[in-house]
Design a binder for this molecule. Structure first.
Ligand code: MN
Length: 251
């Protein structure tokens, strides 16, 4: 099982969530929303070979947390993965678009300077702006767009720019989401829960609980579930290898 976007530190009981994550034996990318949260979230993964902790600064808090960019820069050498970062064009944060873009661009440029990273990126109602920012920093690393909800045109642009995608079962609940899932390049797809925000009815998905995502992809791709699972696993291996290669390469 691969859960490439999960907020272990935002479950009501983070220690229990981390324990559950370890028990699930899933490979988990544990994302953070502020640089301040990075060290203690990383501590949750201690002793687990299958959990990686990403250094993030979420666009919905960028206007309150931009001063933590210094901390972001300080922690970046110890983080192979960066997320959750990106842009959000929803009405409640739209007025902070300028500061969001500054923060995201700084993160991409710092990552480029340090040899590139793998990103888990939020792009709600801001897909074109995210893709513009990525195009300006081609050496930032590999972008994985999480829970992508843009248009078909934006999806094509993202694919052309080399983006990967992490997708969850909640996406399969809408016709537009199913359209995106069906159109994704299969060799650049990972699964995610986005727990505790990703839900199944009235409860949060557990860390690593991606079987419904495999099932949805199996239906939409007309492929046995086991084959979907093998494909996603092979994708993660390839992505992780490319991270090792980028970080080994001389600057
Ligand atoms: Mn998230």
């Amino acid at each position: 099982m691969i859960d490439f976007h999960c907020h272990l530190d935002l479950y009501p009981d983070p220690l229990a969530a981390a324990h559950g994550a370890q028990q699930s034996r899933a490979y988990i990318l544990s994302v953070t929303t502020t640089p301040k949260a990075f060290r203690r979230t990383k501590a949750l993964a201690k002793g687990s070979e299958r959990i990686r902790t990403a250094l993030g600064l979420h666009p919905e808090v960028a206007h309150e947390r931009y001063r933590e960019l210094a901390l972001f820069e300080a922690f970046l050498p110890e983080a192979g993965y960066v997320g959750e970062v990106g842009l959000d064009g929803s009405p409640h944060v739209r007025e902070h678009a300028t500061i969001q873009k500054k923060v995201f661009s700084s993160i991409l440029s710092l990552s480029a300077k340090q040899g590139g990273r793998i990103f888990s990126i939020h792009s709600r109602r801001a897909a074109d702006d995210v893709l513009d920012s990525l195009a300006r920093e081609p050496n930032a690393g590999i972008p994985v767009l999480h829970w992508f909800s843009g248009s078909k045109t934006q999806l094509k642009r993202a694919v052309d720019q080399g983006c990967w995608f992490s997708v969850g079962a909640p996406m399969a609940r809408s016709a537009s989401g199913r359209g995106i899932l069906a159109a994704l390049p299969k060799d650049r797809v990972l699964t995610e829960t986005d727990g505790p925000f990703g839900r199944d009815g009235d409860r949060s998905l557990e860390p690593g609980e991606v079987s419904a995502a495999y099932k949805a992809l199996s239906q939409l791709w007309a492929m046995p579930t086991g084959e979907v699972e093998r494909l996603i696993r092979a994708n993660l291996n390839r992505l992780a290898r490319s991270l090792e290669e980028t970080r080994r390469a001389p600057a």
